[in-house]
Design a protein around this ligand. Sequence first.
Ligand SMILES: Nc1ncnc2c1ncn2[C@@H]1O[C@H](COP(=O)(O)OP(=O)(O)OP(=O)(O)O)[C@@H](O)[C@H]1O
Ligand SMILES: [Mg+2]
Ligand SMILES: [Zn+2]
Length: 419
Amino acid sequence: MDWSKYFIPTLKETPVGTEAISHQLLLRGGLVHMLTSGVYSYLPLGLRVLKRIEAIIREEMNNAGALELFLPVLQPLDLWQKTGRDKTLAEVMIRFKDKRNRDMCLGPTHEEVITDLVKAFVKSYRQLPLNLYQIQTKFRDEIRPRFGVVRACEFIMKDAYSFDRAKEGLKRNYELMYEAYQKIFSRCGLKAVIIEADSGAMGGDISHEFLIPAPIGEDEILLCNQCGAGRSVEGDPASLACSVCQGGKMEKTIAIELGHIFQLGLKYSDALQATFLDEKGDQKPLVMGCYGIGVSRLIAAIVEVHHDAKGIIWPEPVAPFDVEILPLKTDDSSVINLARELENELEIKGWEVLMDDRAESAGVKFNDADLIGIPWRIVLGKKTVTDQTIEIKSRRSGETRVVPIREAISRLQELLTNA
Ligand SMILES: Nc1ncnc2c1ncn2[C@@H]1O[C@H](COP(=O)(O)OP(=O)(O)OP(=O)(O)O)[C@@H](O)[C@H]1O
Ligand SMILES: [Mg+2]
Ligand SMILES: [Zn+2]
């Protein structure tokens, strides 16, 4: 992809009224744009990151046996009245009347819709277990949208819902989701802290939150200063010794919630009378679990963790491009031809390449490259012509290798695959 034909509107200045470093860098790097408070557009570069994260999530969800579907955002309010959540979620729900004067809402979450759907098709224990998920836009009229895509009014969530005959099946599905979440966050370059969340008003049901320590977090957790194990701040305040390792101390830390998994039990199936017939022909309520990941919030969390003073440092698996080629003399056709050859070979090998073909100064190109944070950079400068060498630079370590042109592809291939 040529930068000159692409759309990466980078900004030199930090946009006013932005507190979070991730918010600033996502705006400055031309990845997202604010339409109005809490509502964001994803520009081509941001969309690439989003798609890569979604691909990782899909792969892990599918591996865990979950099936993807796509549920409507537009929902009749009477469905929500049946569970009483038209009231409990009234604060965040976006409601209106349609042209036929029906009360409607834009889905803030999808438990009601999925339970209604499964109820229509699942009649027998033979059709269970079932785990259905989607990657979908959610609408929540947050009182305080903050930190860009971290707390938005329109955002993307992966939400999965499992249906089982009994608690044992739910536990199995829950375990599968727990493991899938660990893989997803680690593939996105994040070390998620998992805490058993307060079951609170939900009664004895089990729930876990996946969080990332970051200064903009809105949750307070206890984190072991030695092994990184996490715990909820609720509970015994006297015991700050870590129960996982020897000698670690639990310290209060601010963290962002990225995922939440929940053993729901019968809450929605009872309210919506979603039942099945067991082996004996008895009618039983479906046993449910739900599993959410804030996909758009994840982008911000990755930037919170992976950046330096100059810009974003994308972890390889979620980077918008794998390699950026930076020919410094765009008016020298021998340099450009070499850059094009490298581009071609890399693309044939399946790597995504961004070519900064703009007739800008080296300074502008380097600054933009640091800002948008593509993991590997190939610079074709003066020495490319005189010494037949190129420079390969790692955005993360800053390490630069000077490599003969004919070895460029094999060296890069090595670096990219071992990353
Ligand atoms: N307003 C929002 N903007 C972006 N992502 C969100 C928002 N609200 C929730 N999420 C993401 O969706 C995931 C699942 O939604 P869930 O309903 O469990 O969140 P929540 O408990 O309301 O989160 P929070 O406490 O942050 O409001 C959350 O873990 C979070 O990553
Ligand atoms: Mg919320
Ligand atoms: Zn510990």
